[in-house]
Design a protein around this ligand. Sequence first.
Ligand SMILES: [Ca+2]
Ligand SMILES: [Ca+2]
Ligand SMILES: [Ca+2]
Length: 131
Amino acid sequence: MRLGKSLALTGTLALLACGLGTTPASAAAQAAASCPSGYVCMWEDPYYGGDLYVQQYAINGHHEIDGWNGDNEISSVINNTGKCVVLYANDAWSGRTHPIQKSGAQRLRPDLRLNGYDNEAESYGIFNSGC
Ligand SMILES: [Ca+2]
Ligand SMILES: [Ca+2]
Ligand SMILES: [Ca+2]
């Protein structure tokens, strides 16, 4: 009885895994889907490519970008927090800042090269105002 139930569950999981691998979607749509509502997401490459180094829920205050996985590598950002996100060029919320707006197209940074802020961010903040 116990074994039969376990095998059935394994089969269901295998089917789910197959389904996930075959979903057709554009890179942009995948990126948007991979940054859930209420989160800010930051990627290694422009146009939401490469490694997803930051996926942080909208908790107000200061946050660090990991020194090995993100510092001076962030090239695109989606701000789905509904709040202002401010990038800092150095650790511990210092250095040149780059604010990202809370709504509209201006909450997207598909290519930080266009903003003169590519591979700069090392920490960030989430605030109710200031953008
Ligand atoms: Ca950092
Ligand atoms: Ca980069
Ligand atoms: Ca930097």
